[in-house]
Design a protein around this ligand. Structure first.
Ligand code: ACO
Length: 459
């Protein structure tokens, strides 16, 4: 395990009769849970672990991000998220995630230059956009165009060359805002706005989104600060679904453009990055304070698929620290646009108040997550709802690449290949076509039900 993990304990495996059949090492990282190293479990005992959504599985060792979901703590390389969001720039945080330390002034200047001078995309790539329908979702475009980058930059796809890895990292962090803003411009039929090297990362994104050729566009510094904070709070979140996807694809030694493209696809899902879009839809659907009790009732009803979007988290069983940052940014942005009394913000606050006082949400430790306020911030800045997840993807690119780089540099890294609990048919003879029954014939046995409880091996 890592330099910080010590195997000073053993996890004992017993058979049904309580007979000791083996011992597994137990590791303790710097912070957080102890982990049982089950890599030898199958060989030693003939048993596999069963953890379909990986809720009890540490899939890798990492030194990048730490989350204590019960206490609502999120640290990047040891630095609390609220300090980073308040004091740092997104590129400083990206450097921190990638290289382990906050950059010195000269390191930051060099990193900023490396990113700034890679923001343009190959001119031929701009023609891809003409092939997408105007109403295409930006995440579909983002995923496709990022995947296509490997065709344009084959000179940086050798993952075993540290210099090529670094150039790919620069290219991806630099080009994501350009690709995303181009997707937006394509959807509204406006010409693409090229990146401007005198603008910082967040301001450049806003300029590419909102500038038009006939008149000058001045980036609002409050909006640029809000985008900077939004990018920081979404930059990394340890082994979430999209990051695990990037690691999984990267473990096959696919190039980083292909791996990040897969991460974008995973982020698109409404239970992951798509939730901020869903929060605004939900608030608009609720419409008025008087309707809140009905929606709370629906969220609690097991026969209704409706859930309070922006509430709950697989890891946080306390207030999401990123939601606190976004709540403050939300107030600043709404003040700037003169909407301190924005009805949607009022509705969001009231919904939060009612839910946090409700036994159902209290018992299940369901608190607002980062997406609850981030949608309102983006809406106030003028970012269309469809672009919310694209902005999340821009932010998460730094985290995906830091995690990908860490994986590639890990000497223990192997292709990710989970096992399964097979619940299908036992071996059977091939049935000739004229002897087969239709799948819709209810008298035919199509599949066996899954056992509800797999046998538990303890120790
Ligand atoms: N509204 C109502 N009930 C909820 C909600 C919710 N938002 N979230 C969880 N619950 C309930 C579940 O019904 C379940 O109740 P039960 O124990 O009576 O069956 C219990 O709380 C536990 O929920 P799970 O679905 O088991 O929790 P899980 O960890 O699998 O899901 C998730 C986490 C997907 C985030 C879930 O809370 C959810 O769907 N939230 C809404 C979507 C959302 O906001 N996603 C953004 C996540 S943050 C991010 O990706 C950046």
């Amino acid at each position: 395990m890592s330099q910080n993990a010590q195997a000073d304990k053993k996890f004992r495996l017993a058979d049904d009769g309580g007979q000791l059949i083996g011992e597994l090492p137990v590791f303790k990282g710097t912070l957080g849970f102890e982990v049982v190293d089950v890599r030898q479990l199958l060989d030693k005992s003939g048993y596999c672990t069963f953890d379909p959504s990986f809720g009890s599985t540490a899939s890798c060792r990492s030194t990048i991000t730490f989350i204590d979901g019960d206490k609502g703590i999120l640290l990047h390389r040891g630095y609390p998220i609220d300090q980073l969001a308040e004091k740092a720039t997104y590129l400083e945080v990206a450097f921190l995630l990638l290289f382990g330390e906050l950059p010195s002034a000269s390191e930051l200047a060099q990193f900023t230059k490396d990113i700034t001078y890679h923001t343009m995309v190959h001119e031929q790539l701009t023609r891809f956009y003409a092939g997408f329908p105007r109403e295409a979702h930006p995440m579909a475009i983002l995923s496709a165009v990022v995947s296509a980058l490997s065709a344009f930059y084959p000179d940086s796809t050798d993952i075993f060359d540290p210099q090529q890895r670094l150039i790919s990292i620069h290219r991806l962090i630099a080009k994501m805002p350009t690709i995303a803003a181009m997707a937006y411009k394509n959807s509204v039929g406006q010409p693409f706005i090229y990146p401007q090297n005198h603008l910082d990362y967040s301001a450049n994104f806003l300029n590419m989104m909102f500038a038009v050729p006939p008149e000058p566009y001045k980036v609002n510094p409050v909006f640029a600060r809000a985008i900077n904070a939004l990018l920081i709070v979404q930059a990394d979140h340890e082994q979430n679904a999209s990051t695990s996807t990037v690691r999984m694809v990267g473990s096959t030694r696919a190039n980083p453009f292909a791996s990040v493209s897969a991460g974008i696809a995973a982020l698109w899902g409404p239970l992951h990055g798509g939730a901020n879009e869903a929060v605004l839809d939900m608030l608009e659907q609720i419409g008025d304070k008087k309707n809140i009790p009905d929606f709370i009732k629906r969220a609690k009803d097991k026969n209704d698929s409706f859930r309070l979007m922006g509430f709950g988290h697989r890891v946080y069983k306390s207030y999401d620290p990123r939601a606190r940052v976004m709540q403050k940014i939300c107030e600043e942005v709404l003040h700037e646009v003169g909407a301190d009394n924005d009805p949607l913000l009022k509705l969001a606050r009231e919904l939060e108040r009612v839910a946090l006082a409700d036994e159902y949400f209290v018992d299940r430790k369901l608190y607002p997550n980062v997406d609850f306020y981030s949608g309102i911030v983006q809406r106030a800045i003028g970012i269309p709802v469809k672009m919310f997840t694209a902005l999340f993807a821009i932010a998460r690119t730094a985290g995906w690449l830091a995690q990908w780089k860490e994986m590639i540099e890990d000497p223990d890294q192997r292709i990710a290949r989970p096992r399964q609990l097979y619940c299908g048919e036992d071996t059977r003879e091939y049935v000739p076509l004229d002897k087969r029954r239709s799948m819709t014939d209810t008298s035919a046995t199509v599949h066996k039900p899954m056992p509800s409880e797999p046998a538990i091996v303890g120790g």
